[in-house]
Design a protein around this ligand. Structure first.
Ligand code: ARG
Length: 480
């Protein structure tokens, strides 16, 4: 208990209070980040002459040894309030007096903010990488399945025929928007707090820019009082995560429905569908139900973080430590859902015949028929009434709209002719759509091209972002 004994003259915390106040268990996910932050700090202290070069070198050696132990799974940390104190404690035990210089011009307030920013920056980078791959997969599916036609739904009632490509691209588009939110979270995290100390800065001549460059942060935080209490980057990450998981919950909801006997559009491979403990016939879409379910806790974590920060007085407050659980759980959820979708989606197969039958047996092409009348000069509302009457007649006589004869159509309205009735073919409905953003083939081409462009550039941008392991390894390679 270095800080406690040094600052409070030998008193140690009551173990029950230590247990209550410690975040060490959760902080174990932040060891790499703490080592990277300390390595940059020590580099700066050595270069500015704030600590002797041999001490800087000994500290660096000690920190790198811990990094090796972490990698090999042999790192043991003492019972401390947090990972920062635990690492300093190990160094004190191993290196003796030089360890007392590590915390020069640093507070845990700027240290923990740095560690968390490194963590959220890395988590955002990984999410961007995984998410762009997933969205690209959906675009590939769209390209491969553009000829399959199925019903689209409004109010969960059959609405209009669309291509399966349109369905996949609808989800790919939402996920592509999530790349923007994760990029925003990345940019928010990509600011260096270290150097503002506890709240007011330091009287020692530190070089914050050196640390910033060494850690590949984009800029220095502007105001220390703001810096030590700022967790906006976590809020942004949690929002990006919650919204992504809301999007995946909607994809999952579609697939749960489509896999039901009532829809029958989708068949799940045997190694994806789960069984029932009692009903031998069941092939349940548990994976998609759980993907849908996980969005609830993600929203909860976002609200928990917002609530923790709300009303806190300026500067650092220990309440902020409550961020740890929420941010780590959210990150785990994002990773788990993206990984599950990677495995699950290739095991989802659409049944072209079932989807086609659903399209044929209804009157989902009614709007096309009305638009064909509009093309002949009839006002839309009049055409809408005429087709409405025809659809009702078909429903009474229990014939699908596709099977309607010219004679029957003309008995409703003489404006119906052979040319107009071409639009009664539901399978041709998709091909008739010409507007931008529609399910029509030219629009699908445009959507595929645009999404590929956005996703490719997000992927390239993510590949250029600093990688935490590489950053850690860079301290092995050089002293600069
Ligand atoms: N243990 C805290 C955390 O990990 C950091 C403590 C910062 N400062 C303090 N004086 N207790 O979030």
């Amino acid at each position: 208990m270095i800080a406690k004994t040094a600052a409070a003259g030998g008193n140690v915390l009551d173990p029950r209070i230590l247990a209550f106040t410690s975040s060490l268990a959760q902080d174990l996910s932040l060891v790499r980040e703490d080592l990277v932050g300390s390595l940059a700090h020590v580099t700066m202290l050595g270069k500015t002459g704030l600590i002797p070069a041999d001490v800087a070198s000994a500290l660096r050696g000690g920190l790198l040894a811990l990094a090796t132990e972490l990698k090999e799974g042999t790192l043991a940390l003492p019972d401390e309030e947090d990972v920062h104190m635990a690492i300093e404690g190990v160094l004190a035990a191993r290196l003796g007096p030089p360890a007392a210089l590590l915390h020069t011009a640093r507070s845990r307030n700027d240290q923990v903010a740095t560690v968390l920013r490194l963590h959220v920056r890395e988590a955002s980078r990984l999410a961007l990488t995984a998410l762009s791959s997933l969205a690209l997969y959906l675009v590939d599916r769209a390209e491969a399945e553009r000829d399959l036609v199925l019903p689209a739904y409004t109010h969960r009632q059959r609405a209009q025929p669309v291509s399966l490509a349109y369905f996949w691209l609808n989800h790919a588009t939402a996920l592509t928007r999530d790349l923007d939110t994760f990029s925003a979270a990345y940019a928010q995290a990509n600011v260096l707090p270290l150097g503002v100390g506890a709240i007011a800065g330091t009287s020692l001549a530190i070089d914050r820019q050196l640390v910033c460059d060494r850690l590949h942060f984009a800029s220095l935080s502007l105001n220390g009082m703001d810096t030590v209490g700022d967790r906006d980057f976590e809020l942004d990450y949690a929002y990006a995560a919650a919204r992504l998981l809301v999007h995946t919950s909607r994809l999952a909801a579609d697939l749960v429905d489509f896999a039901s006997q009532e829809f029958g559009f989708v068949r799940l491979d045997g190694d994806l569908a789960c069984g029932s403990s009692m009903m031998p016939q069941k092939r349940n879409p548990d994976v998609f139900e759980l993907i849908r379910g996980k969005s609830g806790a993600a929203i909860g974590d976002l609200v928990a973080l917002l609530t923790t920060v709300k009303g806190l007085p300026s500067g650092y407050n220990r309440d902020l430590q409550e961020d740890r659980g929420a941010i780590l759980a959210t990150e785990a959820r994002v990773n788990a859902v993206l990984a599950a979708l990677d495995v699950a989606l290739p095991r989802v197969h659409f049944d072209a015949a079932r989807c086609g039958r659903a399209v044929d047996e209804d009157a989902m092409q009614a709007t096309d028929l009305a638009e064909a009348l509009v093309s002949k000069g009839m006002p839309f509302r009049v055409a809408y009434q005429a087709v409405g009457s025809l659809v009702r007649l078909c429903q009474e006589e229990k014939i699908p709209l596709a099977k309607v004869t010219l004679e029957k159509a003309r008995s409703v309205d003489v404006a119906f002719d052979e040319e107009v009735l071409v639009a009664a073919d539901p399978r041709a409905s998709v091909g008739r759509k010409v507007s931008a953003g529609s399910t029509g083939p030219a629009s699908i081409d445009a959507q595929i091209t645009e999404l590929r462009k956005r996703l490719q550039s997000a992927k390239t941008a993510a590949a250029r972002m600093p990688n935490l392991d590489a950053l850690l390894a860079s301290f092995n390679a050089s002293w600069t």
